[in-house]
Design a protein. Structure first.
Length: 294
């Protein structure tokens, strides 16, 4: 051991984790990619901002009764993205596949929501998709793009072919998307429904819908939260979930059947750090509850 190894380290490691890949159960990867963004770009800066936030909040989860320091987490750094959507998604699929084949769980920090397409393709086996999002993202194309943040769930449905798709917290929906969801048996629960029926009933409904899914990919678009709680997102929509609602839902849903997850669409420069801090907390909570195995 040299003084260099003893007294220096990479500056922004998620949660301050130093676990080696071989020993890890969870592998964090940043995906600084936002090339298809159409309103407020900047989510390419989110991985660094979320890492910095993770180093400045407590790692213990009172909800799970688990400290992140108890978990074996390896931060593999950021994916080398390109200006080409297909190539970036190919690289992310390859990296995610390698992690999954090593019997570890990828935890991805976007970047825009499009990254979920590459990651879900790596899951391969029969799985369910659980998506928290203000939008359905079921358009066939948006602004002449067929692979983008507004079409990603439709592309996942067509390419990765999850056995079940559930979208939670939606409130920005087009007629085209409603028709597609109905025709393809894609379930969605609006933020209004969640507030009306309550968090526990909503969690029970989601768990019922996922009952036949032994493997679940979780994707959390931060715009599922009301802008009052998460203002720094690419496409904010009013009338969203509160922090309490989202974290409680995640605590009642997340378990060891989550094989991979992402948190996407943070645009750090649109606030003074609150949204990045919340994104870090969400990652903490998801990891804690997966590990707890409830």
């Amino acid at each position: 051991m040299t003084y260099l190894n003893l007294y220096t380290s990479t500056t922004a490691t998620f949660g301050g984790q130093e676990c080696e890949f071989a020993d890890a159960d969870y592998v964090v990867i940043g995906v600084p990619f936002d090339i298809t963004s159409t309103y407020r770009s900047g989510s390419r800066f989110a991985p660094l901002a979320i890492r910095e936030a993770s180093l400045n909040i407590e790692t213990y989860s009172p909800r799970a009764g688990i400290d992140l320091e108890e978990l074996k987490v390896h931060d593999a750094g950021d994916l080398h993205v390109t200006g080409n959507v297909d190539e970036t998604l190919r690289r992310l699929k390859a990296v995610s596949d390698e992690i999954l084949r090593a019997d570890k769980k990828p935890a991805l920090m976007g970047g825009e929501h499009t990254i979920a397409l590459g990651a879900t393709e790596a899951v391969r086996k029969d799985f369910g998709l659980l998506c928290f999002d203000a939008h359905l993202d079921l358009r066939n194309e948006y602004m002449n793009q067929t692979i983008c943040h507004a079409t990603v769930i439709r592309r996942i449905h067509e390419v990765a072919k999850p056995s079940r798709i559930i979208e939670v917290g939606t409130r920005a929906i087009s007629i085209e998307e409603m028709a597609y969801a109905k025709n393809q048996d894609i379930a969605y629960l609006t933020s209004h429904q969640i507030t009306k029926t309550g968090v526990e009933d909503t969690a029970r409904k989601i768990n019922e819908l996922l009952a036949d899914c032994d493997r679940v990919y979780l994707t959390v678009d931060m715009d599922v939260l009301d802008p009052a709680f998460a203002p720094a997102v690419q496409n904010p929509e009013p009338d969203g979930l509160s922090t309490h609602q989202l974290l409680t839902l995640l605590s009642l849903i997340c378990s060891r059947r989550i094989v991979a997850f992402d948190v996407v669409e943070v645009t750090p420069h649109y606030d003074t750090g609150a949204t990045s801090i919340l994104a870090a907390r969400i990652i903490f909570e998801v990891l804690a509850h997966i590990h707890k195995g409830t």
